[in-house]
Design a protein around this ligand. Structure first.
Ligand code: HXC
Length: 514
């Protein structure tokens, strides 16, 4: 057969497979506001950069009439490409083919691209849109999931792993995204749950819609399973592309440098933080006032808002920011904010990203609810994550740094490399009111005018401890700086930390308080 005929044959074969589950199924997909799996990949990757593999892979299941069914590409597209020139490995489940359900060959395609990503040390992006384990393939489907989970775990901390939920992601299937670094969801499209509404109705007699059970908002605001929320697929892909610019391709590298630009003039660091420690302010404005171009890419924006995490740049170098948020519960640490911060700190540490911490924390949240929810165990994660992190750690104490919160928020004692404090900082065991009430109780109670004695004692306590100078006199704070000097000090600290190297005792692994 002449070559051009062979080529025509290949093209015809390709065209047939590229139709996926057929026009009707594609129409149904579009009617739900969803793109097809290939359209998604094309939107995400640089133009003409996608190389697809295993186009012609098919299942060989026999049961339940499967031998009569052709499932093009076995319902999943895999390949490699680039995003702004960065190499990435991608898989996208094709819901138009048997609901994107995962059979043996489907799982082998996914694990093949996962193996490539790990071997070539490039980020992995998985687009999930699937009815879960392919019921007709029984235990082979379960085996497939197990193989994926194992690879997610082995790759963790070596290459960035990103999960995008663009349809159902049900049953045990949710555990692959849960094992990855970042989960992206889209309003009205993402559905993520272990057991669906029908099972819940049968077993518990409760009625709930899929959206209320495991929609994008639920996972972004309540469960904390998702890191990025978007209103459309388009916005979601833009978020992924932006994330890729901030992270390195693997744990052996640093993130790419960008041309640094000064913060925008509308963010005036001197005007953001009120001196009165009871007045709230938006700590994101502090981050924007010191970071390159005032560009701050927030992660988990809608969950545990009392702590803020995300990426920015300092002098062109990607930097992780962690900051208490006085706008929300006075910036207190609790179960959820501890989880949120600790995981992010470990991410930055695994991928060579320096961490800047802005502190304004009244301590850990008191109360029965928090105690019974395990604030001891969860709070300990922050201590563990900061202590363990060997990347450059820079701390700026803006206002309150009380009690356990002071220690936990990247203090000198957990081996912060540079600790700066503004003159408004108050570093103490607890707030002046609480402290005065305890240590001067007898004097206050036995006086004729307890209120005025209390006020006087609070003032005495404030004068002695509610400032940065006691900590500075012990060297716990390296420099008390003017707010306007913050960027200069941080840029310098990042620059001199470029080659930081420390030795830790050999061990198989530690035991963080999971
Ligand atoms: C085989 C499946 C399938 C599955 C969907 N399909 N899920 N085929 N195995 N798990 C097929 C349907 O039969 C249908 O085929 C096509 O995909 C589209 O599905 P629809 O139901 O028509 O779509 P829709 O109405 O949009 O509903 C989507 C859905 C629903 C909510 C996801 O399909 C559903 O509930 N599926 C089952 C979900 C589930 O329980 N999965 C198993 C979870 S247990 P045709 O040929 O009619 O077009 C699990 C264990 C994993 O995953 C454990 C790992 C540790």
């Amino acid at each position: 057969m002449p070559l051009n005929k062979k080529i025509r044959e290949l093209k015809e074969k390709r065209e047939k497979v590229l139709l996926g589950g057929g026009e009707q199924a594609i129409e149904k997909q579009k009617a739900m506001g969803k793109r097809t799996a290939r359209e998604r990949i094309m939107t995400l990757l640089d133009d003409d950069s996608f190389n697809e593999y295993d186009l012609f892979v098919e299942h060989d299941a026999r049961d339940f009439d499967m031998d009569k069914k052709s499932l093009p590409s076995d319902g999943v597209i895999i390949g490699t490409g680039t995003i702004y020139g960065a190499p990435v490995a991608v898989f996208a489940q094709d819901f138009t083919v048997a609901g994107g359900s995962l059979g043996l060959m489907h799982s082998r395609k996914i694990t093949k691209i996962m193996d490539h990503a790990l071997k070539m040390k490039m980020p992995l992006i998985g687009i999930n849109d699937s009815g879960g384990a392919r019921i007709q393939e029984g235990v082979n489907s379960l085996a497939g999931y197990g193989e994926i989970f194992f690879r997610n775990t082995i790759s963790s901390g070596v290459i960035p792993q990103i999960s995008v939920i663009l349809g159902p992601c049900a049953g045990g299937a949710v555990y692959s995204p849960a094992l990855t670094d970042f989960v992206f969801v889209v309003d009205n499209i993402s559905k993520m749950f272990i057991t669906g509404p029908e099972v819940i109705k049968t077993v518990l007699g409760e009625e709930i819609s899929m959206e209320d059970l495991g929609g994008a908002k639920v996972h972004s605001e309540t469960s904390g399973n998702a890191h990025f929320f978007a209103r459309s697929e388009e916005e979601c892909f833009d978020q992924i592309k932006k994330l890729i610019t901030f992270i390195p391709w693997n744990n052996q590298q640093k993130a790419r440098m960008f041309d640094p630009g000064e913060p925008r003039p509308e963010y005036d660091v001197e005007k953001v933080v009120p001196v009165d420690p009871t007045m709230p302010y938006d700590v994101k404005d502090v981050i924007r006032a010191v970071g390159d171009n005032s560009d701050f890419f927030e992660i988990m924006e809608h969950y545990a808002k009392n702590i803020v995490i995300g990426f920015g740049r300092m002098g062109g170098r990607t930097t992780g920011f962690v900051a208490n948020q006085p706008l929300e519960m006075a910036g207190v640490l609790d179960v959820d904010s501890s989880d949120k911060a600790a995981r992010f700190i470990r991410y930055c540490d695994a991928f060579n990203i320096p961490i800047i911490t802005f502190v304004d924390v009244p301590g850990y949240l008191p109360g029965v609810d928090q105690e019974h929810s395990g604030v001891i165990r969860h709070g300990a994660k922050v201590l563990y994550a900061y202590s363990e992190a060997t990347v450059p750690k820079l701390t700026v104490i803006l206002r309150k740094a009380y009690g356990g919160g002071y220690i936990a928020m990247s203090s000198r004692h957990l081996r912060a490399d540079f600790v700066f404090a503004w003159p408004t900082a108050e570093i103490a065991v607890m707030g002046p009111e609480g402290a005065a009430n305890i240590i001067f109780r007898k004097e206050i109670m036995s006086s004729d005018d307890p209120d005025s004695v209390r006020r006087q004692k609070v003032e005495e306590y404030k004068a002695k401890f509610a400032n940065p100078y006691v900590a500075a006199s012990r060297g716990y704070v390296d420099a008390v700086i003017e707010p306007a000097e913050t960027r200069k000090f941080l840029l310098h600290s990042i620059a001199v930390s470029e080659n930081k190297e420390i030795q830790t005792p050999p061990k198989k692994h530690g035991l963080p308080p999971f």
